[in-house]
Design a protein around this ligand. Structure first.
Ligand code: ADP
Length: 763
């Protein structure tokens, strides 16, 4: 292993790494000879190692026509045709190189670059090891077998096992890149005693962009001996110039790549690019601890397998994505249906627990229904949740907010990022504080540590840092800290669908309520018309009973004894009470049916009319004195109905007292009156509260509500002049029909004040 100066740790190295123009290295690997030709096939540049391979020094080759030194094993015509049509992609053509007496067979690769033709010649490997036919058979069988494997993991494992067999390399791995181009080892074959790299992650910077681009273009890269000394190119005029070796298979190894792999004890390296939808999806990396050359046919076979792997990965990834999409949709349908049928949608959200998490593939969720917070799965603790929810309720977050890095948005993410780096906030109702939150853990928390990269030493005794998988993992950790797996569009769709379902349920419930109200109103109407009809029908016979009783008393009064007379009088009284009751009921039932005739009504004029009516109904009361401390306002109300309200309230004030001369006061209060504020009554503008105050017997607070109910009386039927228990119910109904409110304030034994609110324009 090579050591680095601390000042030249992974970070520094990385900078060089990215800047280094890998393709302009100007050096080639020594296992072949590179020739640069002009259009007439004259050799303009050549690698210095020609003598080693062909016994001819570079100088002897420069300026010569290619055909004078070597001949294509096919035909010259074929060569000329290849040269005329070749592109950047190297084309294979075998050559015979005559060096003195002997002839050397070479594998040639020809491609075009901007300023000429590049011919790379590698001495052909004698046909030991892999015979071409055997290789062909093996690859064909491998393809057949691989195609039958369904699961992507099994497929990749089998594919790299095949590549290991064909290449004889020690370790073969599949790296997969994520959206940020960081890599992870997702499949591996290796000798049993070797350290496993499976599950290790690398930062995107481990493979610089420029190298990534070259992999994408060339698909296969072989470095049979990382330790071999690189070879320079020489030209006719002695200056090699910068030759673009992007597409040259012999391109020299960049120093950073060399160091990186030497630290992993790798000497021979082959990389096959896996391109999916024109993106570098991943790599198959083959490592060997000693130098190991692979002939052109073996490389071609591997490249073919690589293409098969890429194609299968594409279809398998697409299929898996599609399956996942179907699965999400199925969960959505099932969930939404069950919620729609649920009486209580919160229960439906919670049971069974995993459903809500599966909806968006989250690890945890919180359901917030106002102050009620329910946690499911792996979530931050409740106290942290309160602050998070408060933040989530800010209007800027919209209907659906999502992130895979909460720390970028939320100031208090620090303590909760392990469980909540990924967050979806679904706002169902901001007003009611209805939210659903879903959580995904920080990526680091879910990294699968199958291997133990701790064996790769990180620092040496003198503190030197080494670039090794372990360090890469550390570097990767920094790039993914506080980040979760991103949410997919289909998952977010599911969240929205859930919201729609919940809103639907809430709306349905509102519809149901409206329906019930309608039903109630209808039966109320029916009841009212029944009451009206019944009262009407009762009035006639009642009048008959009264008249008949009076007649009996008049005609036969002398012949009847005292008991008989008394009974007849009771009958008359009963009939009269019933008559009053029927009148009250008639008024009550008519109230619901007649429409209001609101008009500006001056209460200063209305009140004397009421007093007149009260006096007429009970002449014994006169003269009636009622105090009015201030002029009363003009209200917007139906005067006929308002007379009923005042008659009842004043009638009660006169009735429910033990004093011979009750003190009764009628007045008005405007919204800002302290008397109202004290009672917690906040009236809208342009309204006023009218009060009727007495110094009577008073009412116990526990009856403040009851007295407004139909037929509710607090006293014996005949005490305090007898009552029906209907008056206040009617008054309440009248005030409510005007859009107002009526209430009572009272102290037992001291007196009672009734307040009611009406619209009024002027003060
Ligand atoms: P009623 O015909 O019995 O007066 P109301 O509906 O007008 O029927 O009143 C309901 C009950 O409220 C009465 O029976 C009475 O006990 C009580 N009440 C109403 N007004 C007063 C008041 N000013 N002082 C004391 N009690 C009252």
């Amino acid at each position: 292993m090579r050591q680095f100066d601390p000042s030249h740790g992974p970070g520094r190295l990385q900078e060089d790494h990215d800047r280094f123009p890998v393709h302009l290295i100007g050096l080639i690997q020594p296992h072949g000879v590179l020739l640069l030709l002009d259009a007439s096939l004259t050799i303009t540049q050549v690698s210095e190692n020609s003598a080693q391979h062909f016994g001819l020094r570079a100088e002897a080759l420069l300026g010569q026509s290619l055909l004078e030194v070597c001949t294509p094993a096919t035909s010259v015509d074929h060569l000329l045709q290849v040269v005329a049509t070749c592109t950047q992609k190297p084309v294979y053509i075998p050559f015979d190189f005559s060096a003195g007496e002997s002839v050397r067979h070479c594998d040639g690769l020809i491609h075009r670059m901007e300023n000429g033709i590049v011919l790379e010649l590698e001495p052909a490997v004698p046909r030991t090891g892999w015979d071409v036919t055997l290789l062909q058979n093996t690859v064909q069988r491998a393809i057949g077998h691989l195609r039958s494997i369904e699961a992507i993991d099994d497929f990749l494992q089998a594919a790299i096992a095949q590549i290991q067999t064909i290449t004889g390399y020690d370790r073969v791995m599949v790296y997969q890149f994520d959206e940020q181009n960081a890599g992870a080892v997702i499949a591996e074959v290796k000798p049993p005693e070797a350290v496993s790299y499976l599950g290790l992650h690398y930062p995107a910077t481990d493979i610089p962009q420029i190298v990534r681009g070259l992999y994408h273009q060339n698909l296969l890269r072989l470095i049979p001996d990382l330790n071999a000394t690189l070879v320079e190119l020489v030209s006719v005029d002695g200056s090699a110039g910068a030759v673009d070796l992007s597409h040259a298979v012999l391109r020299g190894v960049a120093p950073c790549c060399l160091e990186y792999h030497q630290n992993m004890d790798v000497t021979a390296l082959m990389v096959i690019a896996l391109v999916r939808e024109n993106q570098l999806w991943g790599l198959i990396a083959c490592h060997h601890p000693t130098a190991k050359f692979l002939s052109y046919p073996v490389r071609a076979a591997c490249e073919m397998l690589g293409q098969l792997v890429a194609a299968e990965v594409t279809s398998k990834v697409d299929r898996d994505a599609l399956n996942y999409l179907h699965q999400l949709r199925a969960i959505q349908t099932e969930f939404v249906n069950s919620i729609a049928q649920a009486q209580d949608f919160k229960q439906a959200l919670i049971h069974p627990e995993p459903r809500l998490l599966e909806m968006v593939n989250a690890q945890g969720a919180a359901i917030c229904l106002d102050d009620d917070i329910t946690l499911i799965g792996d979530t931050p603790p409740l106290d942290a949740m309160q602050t998070l929810i408060q933040w989530a309720l800010t209007p800027s977050s919209g209907e659906l907010f999502h992130t895979n890095c909460l720390a970028n948005h939320y100031a208090h993410a620090d303590g909760i990022q392990a469980k909540a780096s990924g967050l979806i906030v679904l706002t169902i109702s901001r007003l009611r504080r209805y939210l659903i939150l879903w959580f995904r853990p920080e990526k680091l928390q879910v990294v699968n540590w199958a291997g133990n990269p701790g064996d790769s030493v990180q620092t040496t005794e003198d503190g030197a840092i080494m670039l090794c998988p372990r360090n890469s993992f550390e570097a990767w950790k920094e790039t993914v800290e506080a980040t979760a797996q991103p949410w997919q569009p289909a998952e977010l769709d599911n969240a929205i669908a859930l919201k729609n379902a919940i809103v639907g349920i809430v709306l349905n419930k509102a519809d149901e309520l409206a329906e019930i109200n309608l039903e109630l109103a209808r039966s109320n109407d029916e009841l009212e018309s029944f009451a009206y009809a019944a009262s009407h029908d009762l009035k006639e016979p009642l009048r008959g009973i009264t008249n008949f009783s009076h007649l009996l008393l008049r005609r036969y009064g002398e012949t009847l004894d005292d008991v008989g007379i008394q009974r007849l009088k009771t009958l008359v009284k009963l009939a009269e009470r019933m008559d009053r009751l029927i009148d009250a009921l008639l008024k009550f039932s008519r109230l619901g049916q007649t429409s209001l005739r609101c008009q500006p009504t001056d209460l200063n004029q209305l009140l004397p009319k009421v007093i007149e009516i009260l006096q007429a109904s009970d002449p014994a009361r006169s003269p009636l004195t009622i105090a009015v401390p201030h002029p009363l306002p003009t209200v917007d109300a139906d005067p006929t109905l308002l007379i009923d309200v005042f008659s009842n309230l004043l009638g009660n004030a006169l009735k429910y007292t033990d004093r011979p001369q009750p003190a009764i006061e009628v007045g008005s209060l405007f919204p800002e009156a302290p008397q109202l504020i004290r009672q917690g009554k906040h009236l809208p503008p342009n309204t006023c509260a009218i009060y009727v105050k007495d110094d009577g017997i008073g009412i116990q607070p526990r009856h403040f509500q009851n007295i407004f109910r139909l037929f509710k009386r607090l006293h014996e039927r005949d005490s305090y002049g007898g009552g029906t228990g209907v008056g206040l119910t009617i008054a309440k109904k009248i005030i409510e029909r005007h859009g107002g409110e009526i209430w009572v304030e009272s102290i037992l034994g001291e007196g009672t004040t009734f307040y009611f609110v009406l619209n009024c324009k002027e003060k």
